[in-house]
Write a protein that binds this ligand. Structure first.
Ligand SMILES: NC(=O)c1ccc[n+]([C@@H]2O[C@H](COP(=O)([O-])OP(=O)(O)OC[C@H]3O[C@@H](n4cnc5c(N)ncnc54)[C@H](OP(=O)(O)O)[C@@H]3O)[C@@H](O)[C@H]2O)c1
Length: 370
């Protein structure tokens, strides 16, 4: 078992040393024994399947810290829908089994390999672009994986900046040339992506129409989103009207629609769009297909597009990606970009997972705190 995990972590099997050796400080280089990470507690799955039954908390042995490696003590990592989809086996990019869960997160440099420059113990770092295996207390990966983050960044925001806020930013920038005074419409507005979209739109002077699921307490959800910068917030049932555009008032017809739900919630986005508008689909939370009327295509000249963040994480866009992340982290530090999250200690992982799976109703984003 230990050998499996070492292979997964891209490191040699643990040195067959005594516990005395393992407890030595890793920065002591005069020893001939290789520097090793501390053992790690990790959320691991051996096969794809229902996340609540295939994930287990296990202890992983120390791994070698090679000369270009950085050993990071993880501080926080979110449970995102894509993490769940990966465990379920319904995501296109699959980790090797057995796998440690998680894809993004933040940690503090614990120790460094002998050839590492520019990072020191105590620095706050995120994997950028993200990579598999952030749900563990210690991660050892090459220096090139880690991006140093301003130590003043709140840990929860640093842990979650990549997957959702960056998706929100890229979708606002890459599809339609939006100008100040334009409008967008989105469903899934309570999601982390949705909360970022309405705030990033507001910063650019763009109005947002936001659609949420019907729920007990929808007034509170509406007020919350409005306090973040949403211009209008509607539940799906409030939009069961003959002409949704009659609700627009002084807001212009949106040029861009963003859909992470599908089914009826996607049809509502389409109904709001102006002629020549574009709907970008980036998620399918309802697991229902998108239905588009023939007349929408012909008479409204609608465009339907898709967005996948992985396509932005190519090496040719690495610098652009890092500067976008730094821009978002700056907004977070200034309090201009904020969203709901709930911290869960690692020991409560399975409760946090149940919340993320929707078993306990609508819940804020669950972020594991190590
Ligand atoms: N394509 C990409 O590259 C990319 C990148 C990042 C995220 N995403 C996608 O973006 C979406 C949002 O991610 P997130 O992390 O921001 O979400 P999140 O914060 O975890 O929130 C989940 C959202 O999904 C909604 N939801 C859950 N089950 C639903 C159902 N059965 N029907 C309708 N809505 C449902 C929730 O609504 P309630 O508040 O009503 O519970 C909430 O708005 C996900 O689909 C994710 O996969 C895609």
């Amino acid at each position: 078992m230990a050998y499996y995990f070492c292979r997964f972590l891209n490191s040699k099997p643990p040195h067959k040393s005594s516990s005395l050796l393992r407890s030595l400080n890793h920065s002591v280089r005069s020893f001939s024994a290789p520097a090793m990470s501390p053992p790690a507690t990790a959320i691991v799955y051996h096969q794809e399947g229902p996340p609540d039954s295939v994930t287990k908390m296990v202890e992983l042995p120390p791994v070698e810290i090679k000369q270009n490696d950085v050993c990071v003590k993880m501080l926080a990592a979110p449970i995102n829908p894509s993490d769940i989809n990966r465990i379920q086996g319904v995501y296109p990019v699959k980790p090797q089994m057995p796998a440690v869960g998680g894809f993004e997160g933040v940690g503090e440099v614990h120790s460094i390999g002998s050839a590492v420059k520019g990072l020191s113990p105590g620095d706050l770092v995120i994997p950028c672009p993200p990579s598999f295996g952030t749900w563990q207390t210690y991660v050892v990966k090459e220096q090139s994986v880690w991006h140093k983050v301003d130590n003043r960044t709140p840990v929860g925001y640093a842990a979650t900046v990549f997957v959702n806020p960056l998706t929100a930013l890229k979708m606002l920038e890459d599809f339609v040339d939006l100008k100040q005074g334009d409008a967008i419409v989105q469903n899934g507005a309570t999601s982390m992506v949705g909360q970022c979209i309405m705030q990033l739109a507001r910063i650019r002077g763009i109005r947002s129409i936001n659609i949420i699921r019907d729920r007990a307490g929808s007034d509170a959800a509406r007020e919350k989103l409005k306090s973040l910068g949403a211009d209008e917030v509607y539940t799906e049932s409030q939009l069961e009207v003959k002409n949704v555009k009659s609700l627009l008032g002084h807001i212009p017809e949106p040029a861009l629609g963003l859909n992470c739900v599908g089914g009826n919630a996607a049809s509502l986005v389409i109904k709001f769009l102006r002629r020549g508008g574009t709907m970008v689909t980036y998620g399918g939370m309802s697991k229902k297909p998108i239905t588009v009327s023939t007349s929408s295509f012909i008479f409204k000249e609608l465009s339907l597009r898709g967005f996948y963040l992985q396509n932005f994480m190519t090496s040719s866009r690495a610098e652009e990606c890092k500067s976008s992340i730094d821009y978002l982290l700056g907004l977070m530090r200034e309090g201009k970009l904020t969203y709901d999250m709930e911290f869960a200690p690692l020991d409560d992982f399975h409760l946090a997972l149940d919340k993320s799976l929707g078993k306990l109703g609508s819940q804020p984003k669950q972020v594991i705190k190590f």
